[in-house]
Write a new protein. Structure first.
Length: 198
């Protein structure tokens, strides 16, 4: 029985990844060697990080995702504005914000937490803050460099438009020297509204 590192996420459409590529190119113009950029092809909206799981639990996790998605129709999210954790003066992570039908997204995430608890996954204690991680600053970054990067983020406008969320994916993360490689293990479609019977 092998183990894989995995998480549950919403995969992004190609057009949005292209917008994120343009955004990163614009921000990289400042040449900051202490910023580690996330490859746009690897960016996704994480709903739950699972860590290392046994390969034979993937079917049970997929069923938990199906239960969580039950009755939730496809919904739209807006991808716009930049932000940082924890604050603009001590930047550790830069991200793109998510708005739109966040109530459906939060409901889905809450259901995932409760469906996965019986499978041995601890519920997240921090509130769910939907975002797309763009970059992480290395430990080598000085306080001034963190503050400068915060100013750059605060002065950059970004609006990529809407995405329609139609499915949720269970993903595998393989760590390599060149960075993480992600692949889909399974996918659950959100339910379309049943057409009214005539």
């Amino acid at each position: 029985m092998g183990q894989i590192r995995s998480f549950i996420a919403i995969e992004l459409p190609t057009e949005l990844k292209q917008e994120l590529t343009r955004l990163e190119s614009q921000l990289k113009a400042g040449n900051q060697p202490w910023v580690k950029w996330v490859k746009p092809d690897s960016i996704h909206l994480t709903l739950k990080f699972l860590g290392n799981i046994d390969t034979d639990t993937t079917a049970a996790i997929t069923r938990a995702i199906e239960e969580s998605a039950r009755g939730i129709e496809p919904f739209r999210l807006e991808v716009r504005e930049l932000g940082v954790f924890p604050n603009l003066k001590q930047v550790r992570v830069a991200w793109v914000g998510i708005s739109g039908q966040v109530d459906k997204l939060s409901l889905l995430q809450k259901r995932l937490e409760s469906q996965l608890t019986p499978l041995g996954f601890t519920a997240e204690s921090r509130p769910f803050t939907p975002h797309l991680t763009l970059a992480r600053l290395s430990e080598r970054a000085s306080p001034d460099e963190r503050q400068d990067f915060g100013r750059l983020i605060a002065s950059t406008n970004f609006e990529a438009g809407d995405i329609e969320v139609r499915e949720i994916s269970l993903m595998k993360s393989q760590l390599t020297r060149a960075g993480a490689i992600y692949s889909r293990i399974s996918q659950v479609e959100l339910e379309r509204e049943q057409s009214l019977k005539s």
